[in-house]
Write a protein that binds this ligand. Structure first.
Ligand code: ADP
Ligand code: MG
Length: 683
């Protein structure tokens, strides 16, 4: 059996320089190497005649060299030209700075070449082709894997290394999946799968291989999450909050009546809290559905039981907003909360840390700063993380370790279809708020093209005149990053000098310092700014009730879920709110996507549609972090396998929670590998 853990430097063809390059790709061991999968493939196995090749097409041709290499010299460049022909016509091949070709190519010999074809008038040219003498299949004559690469490492080099690795492992890899799964689900064995994912002989080979590898990856992830959930449920004793302090005590103090959905999820949460098991619950609810109130109730209950609560938000501004909201209701109940963000003074920070340890603070609200090692609680009983997609399993664990098995509530405003929720949050129970508070006005949404620019500007002006504020969001940060897209700064200037000179315009983007960003956001909140031009950094739950217009530039660039998140920044107050989606392009898909946005305000419907209509998996535009990383699976393309695997995982865990049966031995090994990657302790 090959030693998969051995350093990649011992693989044939890997020298000291190449090790560094491989490490940059995250490849340290032989195992990392053979599981570094191709991004795509080039079929260099089917030759075309010169006349068949189209302009711009990558083609394989079989030709005879009808000249020697002719070299011409420019200032610093050289160009190598070769006359070629096949049975249909004559053509030329050109390269740049490849002087050595003079000795490689001989007139009269036959070659296979693969490269991009240019056709102008009746001249045919192939540029910088890779080639072999007929008979060799080093570069041509087969399907070639294309890897995601970094600078300085070429496809040829990595391919050669991979070939050496295959010689080393092929036929000797130990099967990772149990026999019974391979049989029932007709999966390819590991040796064939690894070989064919790198070097398929025919295109269908790689599909079979990929199917097996995706199956394995998804199954292991799902099993790991389910077993984690099981383990916490069965083995870990949590805090049993008593039932004398009912959540209802505090909901009576709210200035509004809870929605039915809020009441229902609060019951689920209260039941968890009063039971001995550790709560690990995901609270999903659309933007504006009132998750903060729910978090506050849970915190209230924890504090009334003599415990502390921690509320973690992704940005300082959100944390500050939570702090204000909590104080409004909880201060008069004698509950003390404090804010821990990076912006506070050192002295204040030390004071907070001190009081926290002594138990003089009931609720600590903050950003990532809360996870830092020096933050110690006296008796942490509840952890709430807001907008969870910014945090991963690992961070969730880290904060939980600050208490003795505290209850955990994870809040997310990204509505996710069930199948995805199961693989993203498979270790959690799920509560859903599927109802908005009453009397919310639908955000009127219009999809418009550039031609309407002036009308849009007039519309913004009319609302500003009435004292409202507006957001304008664009997809990019810097000037000219990509032709045709407006940059934030450019646009802000234009609005300030030409379109709305009598109003205060400001801009915001991700490359500004956090403190600068917060200052701008605060000014906007206080209405010292009328129009805020921004990248997507404003997407998370900031509340500015007076802002009622959201204009999104180049809306076709965003995923639907992200558009929905952005739109949720308005409609948070008493005013009728509007969202204007400015888009370009008239493909069917773009139009359909825009229509979905104008037709509905329901995040769950939008996320389902997003999956249906997705352009490039951009559903996760809003959820970059905290996602399990997949080497080969793609949650969208592989949805069918995902569904299959979820059923299988459920059955396996129901029958053999700890994977102790003989037949599941192999699964236990790989699940444990996965769990230790998650930093959660193994089965
Ligand atoms: P999100 O779920 O996006 O975090 P918030 O908790 O910020 O939503 O709530 C949005 C707004 O709705 C807040 O101003 C909040 O006070 C208000 N709100 C919450 N629940 C209700 C309710 N049941 N009735 C009326 N308003 C509510
Ligand atoms: Mg919120």
């Amino acid at each position: 059996m090959p030693d998969l853990k051995k350093d990649v430097k011992y693989v044939k063809g890997v020298g000291p320089n190449r090790v560094i390059l491989l490490n940059k790709l995250g490849i340290y061991t032989l195992q990392d190497l053979i599981t570094y999968y191709p991004r795509t493939y080039e079929d260099r196995s089917k030759p075309k005649t010169l006349l068949e090749c189209q302009d711009g097409e990558d083609c394989l041709i079989e030709v005879t060299a009808t000249s020697k290499i002719i070299e011409t010299r420019f200032s610093r460049k050289t160009m190598q030209k070769l006359m070629i022909r096949d049975q249909t016509t004559a053509a030329e091949a050109i390269w740049f700075n490849q002087t050595y070709l003079k000795t490689k190519i001989e007139m009269g010999k036959k070659y296979r070449m693969y490269g991009k074809i240019k056709r102008k008038l009746n001249k045919i040219q192939i540029t910088s082709p890779v080639f072999d003498e007929i008979g060799s299949t080093k570069n041509t004559g087969r399907i070639i894997p294309i890897y995601p690469l970094t600078y300085n490492l070429t496809q040829n080099t990595l391919r050669k290394i991979m070939e050496n690795a295959m010689i080393e492992v092929y036929g000797k890899l130990e099967e990772t999946l149990p026999e019974y799964l391979l049989k029932i689900y007709k999966l390819q064995n590991i040796n064939e799968a690894i070989k064919h994912i790198h070097f398929p002989e025919e295109l269908k080979d790689f599909k079979i291989a990929k199917n097996r590898l995706v199956f394995e990856e998804l199954l292991i992830t799902q099993l790991a999450l389910l077993s984690l959930k099981n383990k916490e449920m069965l083995e870990t004793k949590g805090i049993k909050f008593n039932n004398q302090h009912k959540i209802q005590e505090i909901t009576e103090k709210f200035p509004f009546k809870l929605t039915n959905a809020q009441t229902r999820v609060l019951k689920e949460i209260e039941k968890d809290m009063e039971s001995e098991k550790v709560m690990n619950r995901l609270l999903q609810g659309d933007v504006g559905s009132g998750k903060t109130a729910v978090a506050m109730c849970a915190a209230y209950k924890a504090v009334k039981n003599g415990y502390q609560a921690a509320i973690m938000a992704p940005t300082a501004i959100l944390a500050t907003q939570h702090k204000e909201n909590f104080d409004k209701t909880l201060q008069e109940q004698g509950i003390k909360s404090e804010l821990l963000i990076s912006g506070i003074t050192k002295k204040k920070k030390e004071e907070i840390l001190q009081k926290l340890k002594q138990g003089e603070i009931d609720i600590l609200i903050g950003t990532h700063a809360i996870i830092e090692d020096n933050v110690e609680f006296k008796n942490l009983g509840l952890v709430v993380t807001d907008e969870q997609h910014r945090f991963g399993v690992r961070q969730r664990n880290k904060i939980a370790k600050k208490g003795q098995n505290p209850d955990i509530l994870v809040m997310s405003a990204t509505p996710i279809p069930r199948t995805l929720a199961l693989i993203l949050y498979g270790d959690l129970d799920i509560s859903i708020i599927d109802e908005l508070p009453p009397n919310r006005k639908k955000i009127e949404t219009y999809a418009v093209t550039k031609k309407m620019q002036e009308r849009v500007d007039n519309f913004i002006k009319a609302q500003l005149t009435q004292g409202r504020q507006a957001y304008i969001v664009c997809p990019l940060v810097e000037e000219g990053e990509e032709a045709g897209l407006k940059s934030v700064i450019e646009l802000a200037e234009k609005y300030q000098t030409q379109i709305l000179p009598e109003y205060k315009i400001a801009y915001l983007h991700g490359k500004m310092r956090p403190k600068e960003k917060d200052e701008i956001m605060l000014k906007f909140k206080k209405h010292e700014i009328d129009v805020l031009i921004s990248t997507t950094v404003i997407e998370v739950g900031v509340d500015v009730p007076n802002a009622n217009i959201m204009v999104i530039e180049d809306a076709q660039r965003f995923g639907l879920a992200q558009l929905h998140q952005l739109r949720g920044r308005v409609g948070r107050g008493e005013y009728q709110s509007y969202c204007v989606l400015k888009y370009e392009g008239n493909s069917e898909t773009i139009r359909k996507r825009m229509k979905v946005m104008s037709d509905t305000n329901d995040g769950f419907i939008i996320s389902e549609k997003d999956l249906e209509l997705r352009g490039s998996g951009d559903f996760f535009g809003t959820m970059q972090h905290g996602l399990p990383e997949f080497k080969i699976a793609n949650l969208f393309e592989d949805m069918k396998i995902l569904k299959q695997v979820q059923q299988i995982a459920k059955i396996i865990i129901e029958e053999d929670a700890k994977l102790e049966q003989k037949q599941n031995e192999k699964l236990k090994t790989i699940v444990n590998q996965k769990l230790s990657l998650l930093g959660t302790g193994t089965l």
